[in-house]
Design a protein around this ligand. Structure first.
Ligand SMILES: Cc1ncc(C[n+]2csc(CCOP(=O)(O)OP(=O)(O)O)c2C)c(N)n1
Ligand SMILES: [Mg+2]
Length: 1005
């Protein structure tokens, strides 16, 4: 018996048009293969076949209007329905079992780190210390006899009992101010500590020497010494023991280095033999080839740096989405799961940036156990303490724990262990808890005697505890982040942890080892000069084997190639697969999709009206049918799919969700139902432009970070693009991202009702500032198709390091056929759309872009028919690209005064054409003004300068004076100004169109 394929529930629409029929009688189709494409005035969706089988009857054709229930085709099913349902149920069951299993694994894991229970000091609110001790002893007995998971169970039970009894529960966001991993559970480093210490000393020395040398060359140069000095151990332990490089057998861990710790990475690479002395001497002198960039900039050092991180806050959030994207690639079957990790280094001050912590809840929600943050808590930022009156470590612990992270605090070094052990009453821990960061910082600036007095001196018992220690012994009580054993133990635990991301919060000293010149003092951050005494002190502090003379000459120190240090260092890296950082790409270009995918867009849509956003959605739908392109597309949407008519993608390719869908969606019956799946392709980011952009950057650089070319298409409300996430876009340029950014609902007057904060009149200006961003403001479907096709070719077939910004609109209109030979002009930025040359004697060059080109076209008709003014109408797809060409040609001509002048593309277009230029866009005038210098014609710009506001498109265009009436009237006036026409015409037009000359300039309204 043939089965009916009917139109399923299509939401709010009564009758929608079939725009494509994708099957014919006799075709064999699989379940979910598209049967037809439906299009409303807002979106287009494919109707998938509910079963596999052979099409035996086709009941519709292109152009038919259909509604829910309309019969589309009949199909002879190859599988009985009952079978199918059974199969589905089985799949679901399997899925559920898997999720349950995963949860179990996670629970067991979280119990593996055994926590010690400390006896607290008796305090005033402890009415019965004996009873307290009994409780604690009971707990310790349970840990000893039944294990930590039983103890946790009992505690949880007690807490939930207390909660139901209405008791006030303790605030459990933070734990005591001690290391998370008890000493007895620390995994020991297998490394040779003596050699590692020496290596670290050399790296420290060379990093500082490099900065001081650069500063000697010019006081304009220099860098930062204090930051790396505080982080050297944190990096070194990673480099020697944890970070696996990319090579032919492994994808590589990805390390986001804290931007201004860059000197330390160069200094290590120097010991590894990757940079010469000469190159170190070129730190921050990058204009001539071979210099080392101030900070991590892949654009400037494309074989070295992978991630631009120095604009603080961007690194952490980009890394979170990088970790998520890695899981996405794995879950979609595009990449093997090799247990790769993403490590992120950030400063404690950097956590002030909203971006740094803004996405940590996502990391926990997505269970990103491939992600490890290391926060270097040297307690200082640039000007002073991060939390003078508070404790940044505790604050961060609270935030990360609250968000669901595995938190590992590394506060105290090994020298504290015996003291903490001897602290039977918990008084030392109490003191550690009560001292604020401002004091902790001062203590490291002021020496052992000061610490004895201020820290231990508060309580006689503590003073007694350290009475046998000299001031120097006290001074040596180290902080966790400078102790390789503690750091190793934390990193090891972080590597083993499953089910959530880990943050290692390490306490360090800013300017560690710099002594009076910069250790733990407020001015440390800016310190880039060390005088002779400081250098000698630094050398002695770390035992760097340089003579006084060599120190005075600020020589680098590198032991011989066959020294044990160099052999050790190289062997460690060899064991870990190669050097880090290193940037490379082994990705293969994507095979070009067939031309016919784009062909339908080159034809006129006839009566049919649609927006360029719909064109894009249609085009993506077509591309999703191409077997080479489809799997590489990454549609990224921050909760606006329905605004852009993209909800059809939900069901078609699924929304990525690492846990699949644990619920039946409310709209499951509908064609565009909300389908979340583990292998989903759409990244539905929620309301986070910064997050969505970070996802886009991860996908756009997958070609280097994962050796797979992906095609990210991030569609945002154009106003909430560059304006909101401009710094990310800049970083994307640095990272050599390849992909599409789509500024949808663009144009100040085209997004009508939304008002001032929504209406974009300048995103193209912002885009134009990024050197490798190619941007377009197309009007018609064929322009869009030509541009998108070329973007695919340049970026993903030819691997050019550019990215595309294209604006799309939500205004529906019909689209003409592509004029013959227009392709080249579309891509270069302008082409002749239409010429009026039949009637008038006076001519103008009328330029327009986006939807406002249509106002220009309408104005041209009026000018020709009513005023005898002919126009050449230019569709300017990119004022930005035209300007780039103009600037380059002008420069060349200036450089070669004796040679024949080259012509810019604009000049070539306009040289044989008469009349002034009237340029009109839905953007601020400076957008079109950009090309003014490259034509010798009189130039008049009309644009949408000023704040937007909500109203109809017609009223807005009138308000901003970019409607056809204003174009006509202003053109007539411009012609009068050029003495090509009498002034009467303009005056009459102003009257005719009721143009109020007294109205203020829109920027003032
Ligand atoms: C977005 C941004 N704002 C300001 C700066 C300038 N800046 C560079 S380092 C720094 C202080 C950093 O403090 P912290 O994060 O604690 O790092 P530390 O050097 O102490 O390790 C500032 C303000 C920057 N690089 N990026
Ligand atoms: Mg800091």
């Amino acid at each position: 018996m043939p089965q009916n394929i009917s139109v399923p529930d299509i939401g709010d629409f009564d009758s929608v048009e079939i725009i494509e029929v994708l099957i014919k009688v006799g075709d064999q189709v699989n379940e979910n293969d598209p049967i037809v494409t439906l299009e409303s005035d807002k979106s287009s969706v494919e109707v998938p076949s509910p079963f596999s089988g052979k099409i035996v009857e086709l009941n519709v054709k292109v152009g038919d209007k259909v509604s829910k229930g309309t019969l589309l085709a009949k199909l002879k099913s190859s599988e009985s329905n009952a079978n199918k349902i059974e199969k589905k149920q089985k799949e679901q069951l399997l899925n559920e079992n898997k999720i349950e299993k995963e949860n179990k694994i996670e629970n067991t894991n979280s119990n593996q780190v055994i926590k010690k229970v400390f006896t607290q000091s008796s305090s005033k609110d402890d009415l019965d210390p004996v009873e307290t001790r009994e409780w604690i002893e009971s707990l310790n007995a349970v840990i000893q006899n039944d294990g930590p998971s039983r103890a946790s169970y009992l505690l949880n039970k007690v807490v939930s009992e207390a909660y139901t009894a209405g008791l006030v529960l303790p605030d459990t966001r933070t734990t005591p101010y001690i290391n998370t991993i008890p000493t007895e559970f620390e995994v020991k480093s297998p490394g040779d500590q003596n050699i590692e210490k020496k290596i670290r000393a050399y790296v420290r020395w060379n990093a500082a020497a490099m900065v001081v040398k650069a500063n000697k060359i010019s006081s304009e140069l220099g860098g930062h010494i204090g930051t790396f000095a505080s982080a050297a151990t944190l990096y070194d332990v990673g480099m020697n023991h944890f970070w696996r490089a990319k090579n032919k057998d492994f994808g590589g861990d990805l390390i986001y280095f804290q931007g201004h710790s860059a000197p330390g990475m160069y200094a290590r690479a120097f010991l590894e033999g990757r940079f010469s002395e000469k190159e170190l001497n070129r730190f921050r002198q990058e204009v001539d080839i071979g210099g080392l960039s101030s900070y991590p900039h892949p654009w400037l050092m494309p074989k070295f740096w992978q991630f631009p991180t120095v604009s603080m806050g961007l690194g952490p959030i980009m890394a979170i989405y990088q970790a998520r994207f890695l899981k996405y690639l794995i879950n979609r079957g595009l990449l093997k799961d090799e247990g790769r990790k993403i490590w992120v280094f950030l400063g404690d001050g950097e956590t002030d940036e909203p971006e740094s912590l803004g996405a940590i809840s996502l990391a926990a929600r997505e269970k990103l156990d491939n992600l490890i943050f290391v926060v270097n808590c040297n307690l200082q930022r640039l000007d002073g303490p991060v939390r003078g009156n508070g404790k940044i470590i505790q604050e961060l612990e609270g935030s990360f724990r609250g968000a669901g992270w595995n938190v590992l605090k590394v506060i105290w070094g090994s020298y504290w262990d015996p003291l903490l052990k001897a602290d039977k009453t918990g008084l030392l821990m109490k003191r550690m808890n009560e001292v604020v960061d401002g004091e902790y910082q001062a203590m490291k600036a002021k020496g052992g005697a000061y610490v004895r007095e201020k820290f231990f001196g508060k309580y006689p018992e503590l003073k007694e505890l350290v009475s046998s220690m000299t001031d120097n012994d006290i001074w040596k009580l180290n902080r966790g982040g400078h102790d390789p054993h503690k750091v190793y133990a934390a990193y090891h635990a972080a590597m083993q942890h499953k089910g959530s991301p880990t943050v290692v919060i390490a306490k360090t000293v800013k300017g560690y080892g710099m002594g009076k010149s910069g250790e733990s003092i407020n001015t440390t951050h800016q310190q880039k000069k060390l005088d002779e005494q400081d250098l000698l002190y630094y050398r002695d502090r770390f035992n760097v084997p340089l003579t006084d003379e060599q120190v005075k000459n600020i020589e680098y120190y590198k032991p011989a190639e066959n020294s044990e240090e160099i052999k050790y260092l190289k062997e460690r890296r060899r064991n870990l697969g190669g050097f880090i950082p290193e940037r490379s790409s082994l990705s293969k270009p994507i095979k070009a999709p067939p031309e016919d995918i784009f062909e339908s867009f080159m034809k006129s849509t006839g009566e049919k009206k649609m927006s360029t956003t719909m064109t894009l959605v249609r085009m993506l739908t077509n591309l999703l049918r191409d077997k080479n392109v489809a799997p590489r597309l990454v549609p990224i949407i921050p909760d606006e799919a329905r605004t852009f008519g993209m909800e059809g993608f939900f069901r078609k390719i699924g929304i990525y969700a690492h846990e699949g869908q644990k619920y039946e969606p409310e709209d499951s019956e509908q064609l565009s139902s909300y389908k979340e799946t583990k292998s989903g392709q759409v990244l539905e980011e929620g309301i986070t432009e910064a997050g969505a952009m970070s996802s886009w950057i991860a996908a756009a650089t997958a070609y280097t970070n994962h050796d797979i070319e992906m095609i990210p298409v991030y569609i945002f409300y154009s106003m909430f693009g560059f304006q909101r996430i401009g710094d990310f876009a800049w970083a994307a340029g640095d990272a050599q991202a390849r992909g599409f950014l789509i500024g949808a609902t663009a144009g100040r007057t085209t997004l009508a009702g939304e008002g001032l904060q929504h209406q974009d009149g300048h995103s193209h200006i912002l885009a134009s500032m990024i050197p490798n961003c190619v941007s377009y403001d197309p009007t018609f479907s064929y322009e869009m198709a030509v541009i998108f096709r070329e973007g695919l070719r340049r970026m993903h077939e030819k691997n050019e390091n550019v990215f595309y910004y294209i604006t799309t609109m939500n205004e529906n209109y019909s689209h003409p056929e592509k004029p013959k030979g227009a392709d080249e002009g579309i891509l270069k930025g302008m082409y002749l759309f239409k010429e009026y040359k039949n009637k008038g004697k006076i001519k103008i060059q009328l330029m327009g872009s986006g939807t406002i080109l249509r106002e220009a076209i309408a104005a041209a008709k009026i000018l020709s028919e009513e005023y005898g003014v002919d126009s050449d109408i230019w569709s300017v797809t990119s004022f930005n690209e035209l300007r780039k060409d103009g600037m380059e040609v002008e420069r060349k001509n200036l450089l070669n005064p004796n040679e024949k002048k080259e012509k810019s593309y604009i000049q070539k277009c306009l040289e044989k054409r008469d009349g002034p230029v009237i340029a009109v866009t839905d953007y601020v005038r400076s957008f079109s003004d950009q090309i003014r210098p490259y034509t010798d014609k009189p130039f008049y710009s009309l644009g949408t300068d000023g704040f937007g506001r909500s109203d109809t498109r017609k009223n807005l265009r009138k308000f901003f004076e970019v409607d056809k009436e204003h174009i006509v009237a202003y053109t007539l006036s411009a012609l009068a100004q050029e003495q090509l026409l009498s002034t009467d015409n303009a005056e009459k037009a102003f009257k005719k169109y009721n143009i109020d000359k007294k109205k203020a300039f829109p920027t003032k309204l």
